[in-house]
Design a binder for this molecule. Structure first.
Ligand SMILES: NC(=O)c1ccc[n+]([C@@H]2O[C@H](COP(=O)([O-])OP(=O)(O)OC[C@H]3O[C@@H](n4cnc5c(N)ncnc54)[C@H](OP(=O)(O)O)[C@@H]3O)[C@@H](O)[C@H]2O)c1
Length: 233
């Protein structure tokens, strides 16, 4: 896909991997709608706010009405909805035996149900225009579960699986779906989970893989997964 002037809706696009992806997309000529829980007051975000081809929406991906309103406003303001990047997620590091049903709900509600809700909000616009690309940010943890990250890992496995089912359902509408599985990248989420471990990748390296997956310079494998480890070096 030629990204110039295309409209990308990205969740959690104001910090970490999402911010680096927003910046990469804007540099490539895309117009971007960032939907995130709390818009951070950082110089990077302030700089992006100067750009008229970027919209910011503050909201939770679990709030159906707010997500639908943001999708509608994006279409009205920027003219189309060409790419969805489901990037927002949370992680919680503790042994499974110590997790509670409240923990299960929290991680499943954001990482799985939030992703489903945003996808359902955007998909009708792509169907109408008979084109689209949906990229779900999964994780290496979704390919092989990580100890003390069982809840997070299982949600990421679900995201990979969901991407495969959806890809088959919407191919006829000229909509592609795949997931991207990053490794440990230097972000708030990673540092909170692994305070003593060095990160393996920078958010910018992952954003570059996401960008190249959109432009077609990297294609997903047979499982419809782009494994960042194979491409970010
Ligand atoms: N960093 C890694 O090592 C790594 C590895 C593999 C996969 N990933 C995946 O990469 C993606 C980005 O993570 P990151 O590492 O860049 O961490 P991050 O900086 O914590 O980014 C997560 C973003 O999602 C937003 N968010 C969380 N819950 C939300 C909700 N309910 N509604 C709206 N926005 C919400 C957060 O906003 P707030 O800060 O306002 O809550 C934050 O901006 C995630 O899907 C993560 O699972 C990360």
């Amino acid at each position: 896909m030629d990204i110039k002037n295309k409209v990308v809706f990205i969740t959690g696009g104001a910090t970490g991997i999402g911010l680096a992806t927003t910046q990469r997309l804007v540099a490539g000529g895309a117009r971007v709608a960032v939907y995130t829980r709390a818009i951070p007051q950082t110089p990077n975000v302030a700089a992006l706010k100067e750009n008229p081809s970027i919209l910011f929406f503050e909201g939770d991906i679990r709030e159906e009405n707010a997500v639908n309103a943001a999708a509608q406003k994006t279409k009205e303001t920027l003219g189309s909805l060409d790419v969805l990047i489901n990037n927002a997620a949370i992680a919680q590091r503790k042994p499974f035996i110590e997790t509670t049903p409240e923990d299960w709900d929290a991680v499943v509600d954001v990482n799985i149900k939030g992703t489903l809700g945003v996808t359902r909000a955007i998909l009708p616009f792509m169907r109408d225009q008979k084109s689209g690309l949906i990229i779900n940010i999964a994780s290496g943890a979704g390919l092989y579960g990580i100890e003390n990250l069982s809840l997070y890992s299982l949600t990421k496995a679900a995201i990979i699986n969901f991407s495969q089912s959806l890809a088959d359902e919407v191919r006829g509408d000229n909509i592609a779906v795949f997931s991207i599985a990053p490794g440990g990248a230097d972000t708030e989420m990673f540092r909170a989970c692994f305070p003593d471990k060095p990160a393996l990748q920078t958010p910018q390296q992952i954003a570059d893989v996401i960008f190249k997956s959109i432009t077609g310079d990297i294609t997903p494998d047979d499982r419809l997964v782009v494994d960042v480890f194979r491409h970010a070096h």
